[in-house]
Design a binder for this molecule. Structure first.
Ligand code: NDP
Length: 314
């Protein structure tokens, strides 16, 4: 094996965790390589204003922030590869070499791996949801809201994502119906208040989706009031799903320890996984905080952990 082809540090995923890991690893002279993943820049590229990332008193647009992070990582020499990781073969030995295969069958070898693959949107699992995907159904209001300008839309979910997206849609659409399956929203108080005070949003508590109806594209949504068992049909051309996310960790199954949902288990107060030289950061290992700033912090931890691990073999 040619030693020159073995990287010190390979980062999988390009959200705030991945880029922060890249900034730290490259400034520590680890010459990291990053494989960007399916959604370069991660979930923040599908959001608008980020108002809670420290250092931006006026807020910043998500995609702009991710471009800045990318530039910062590249400035210190991170090699960024477009593409996805198809499979991994992690070494179980301390000091072992990990093998990562990309979607174009390129094989990368690395002494350490930082997993920062994030999480993806969840769907309801209805047949009609699949059928009308891209024809009225979307999991990203910011990406697709524009197509429903002046129209009536439905959005499902009761968390901060649903609240944020409902407010976003209210700026574009004629009317937004928010379906919350419980009698209250899970969203933070401030976000829930903004939703309730928005005259364009009608929140329907205790309502669940039965079916999305349409011809070539969505024209209405059949919903059930789970308290009264009454069904109603809402006329709407857009159906947005905002019911949370699933960690993108399927490719690591059987090698990396995860919880039941798929979140990678890290050793307390560290980014260490069950395998030596493999570290996890960001939403792929965080089911609790899931914020850009906590993801960035954990990316920093992973790079420092990788650097310490490598220094043991120098
Ligand atoms: P959450 O897990 O917080 O909320 C998911 C919501 O979807 C819940 O209300 C849940 O209902 C509902 N839901 C789940 N499954 C279904 C289903 N099958 N049918 C109908 N409803 C369903 O996810 P979010 O994506 O909203 O937020 C994730 C994290 O990101 C949170 O910590 C949040 O605070 C944070 N966030 C912060 C933002 C900000 O600060 N600007 C913006 C967006 C997210 P139930 O309550 O009944 O379980």
């Amino acid at each position: 094996m040619n030693k020159e082809n073995i990287y010190n540090c390979l980062i999988i995923g390009s959200g705030p965790a991945g880029y922060t890991a890249a900034i730290y690893a490259s400034r520590a002279n680890l010459n990291p390589i990053m494989i960007e993943g399916l959604e370069p820049g991660g979930q923040l590229t599908t959001t608008t204003d980020v108002e809670n990332f420290p250092g931006y008193p006026e807020g910043i647009m998500g995609p702009e922030m991710m471009l800045d992070l990318k530039k910062q990582a590249e400035r210190f020499g991170t090699k960024i590869i477009s593409g996805m990781v198809k499979s991994v073969d992690f070494s179980k030995e301390k000091g072992g070499i990990h093998k990562i295969v990309s979607n174009n069958d390129t094989v990368y070898l690395s002494k350490t791996v930082i997993i920062s693959t994030g999480a993806s949107a969840k769907y309801l699992g209805l047949e009609s949801e699949k059928k009308y995907m891209g024809f009225g159904v979307s999991a990203c209001a910011v990406c697709d809201g524009f197509f429903f300008k002046g129209e009536d839309v439905v959005i499902v979910g009761g968390g901060d994502s649903a609240a944020e997206e409902a407010i976003y849609l209210s700026k574009l659409c004629n009317k937004v119906y928010l379906l919350v399956r419980k009698d209250k929203m899970r969203a933070s108080k401030i976000m829930a208040k903004r939703v309730m005070e928005n005259s364009k949003i009608e929140t329907l508590f205790n309502h669940e989706t039965i079916e999305i109806l349409g011809n070539e594209s969505v024209h209405s949504v059949k919903v059930l009031n789970n308290k009264t068992n009454k069904e109603i049909t809402i006329k709407a051309s857009g159906f947005f799903v905002a019911i949370g996310h699933k960690p993108n960790t399927d490719i690591f199954k059987g090698q990396i320890n995860t919880d039941d949902v798929g979140y990678i288990i890290t050793k307390p107060d560290s980014s260490l996984t069950n395998l030596p030289g493999v570290f996890a950061s960001g939403d792929a290992q965080d089911s609790i905080y899931r914020q850009a700033v906590t993801a960035a912090g954990s990316g920093c931890m992973a790079a420092l952990d990788a650097e310490r691990y490598l220094s043991e073999f120098e």
